[in-house]
Design a protein around this ligand. Structure first.
Ligand SMILES: Cc1cc2nc3c(=O)[nH]c(=O)nc-3n(C[C@H](O)[C@H](O)[C@H](O)COP(=O)(O)O)c2cc1C
Length: 163
């Protein structure tokens, strides 16, 4: 019984979440970075967790393409879970709708993990733009560790009693 975490990350927060889940979730857990492997082999896994971040109101294209092209296989998994990394705590469920509807409907677990912006990680013009749209000159830290822990707890409960 094993889990695959597939994710895409621009500046590392979604990756950190994936690696944290890998450490904390029971059983065999592998991770696949969709920027490196577009179509990871899902055949050996009973459970899949999809991790995606939001940029300009869009879910990472590689995650959308992955979910679309593997929809049938994903729907057959015993356990399907999704986490979204984004700053906006209001719109994350709306962002989920960018995945195929049967996948979001089937996922037993969906959670928002928050997000962060470290301005120095972005090139000058984007940094300037981000400061303007966020109205902040300080780095933005909206990571949600308690939601990550809640997700892990709920995941373990589902392992005992899959819905
Ligand atoms: C250029 C840019 C655009 C972003 N647009 C949004 C957005 O539209 N909505 C939102 O909630 N968060 C937005 N964010 C915040 C990201 O979702 C957040 O930084 C997240 O932690 C990124 O994770 P990643 O580095 O793993 O890709 C944006 C961040 C950047 C850098």
């Amino acid at each position: 019984m094993s889990t695959l975490i597939v994710y895409a990350s621009s500046k590392g927060y979604t990756r950190e979440c994936a690696l944290h889940l890998q450490q904390q979730i029971s059983g065999d857990v592998d991770v696949a970075d969709l920027k490196k492997v577009k179509h990871p082999d899902l055949s050996g896994y009973d459970r899949v967790i999809i991790g995606a971040s939001i940029h300009a109101s869009n879910l990472q294209g590689s995650v959308k393409r992955f979910a679309q092209s593997h929809e049938e296989e994903l729907l057959k998994k015993q356990l399907l879970a999704i986490y979204i990394c984004a700053l906006d705590d209001q719109k994350w469920e709306e962002y989920l709708n960018q995945l195929p509807a049967p996948i979001t409907a089937r996922a037993q677990l969906k959670e928002w993990f928050g997000g962060r912006i470290i301005f120095s990680e972005h090139f000058f013009l984007l940094r300037k733009f981000l400061k303007k749209v966020t109205g902040s000159v300080e780095d933005l830290h909206k990571e949600q560790p308690e939601r990550v822990e809640r997700f892990i707890e709920a995941y373990h409960q589902l392992l005992e009693d899959p819905a």
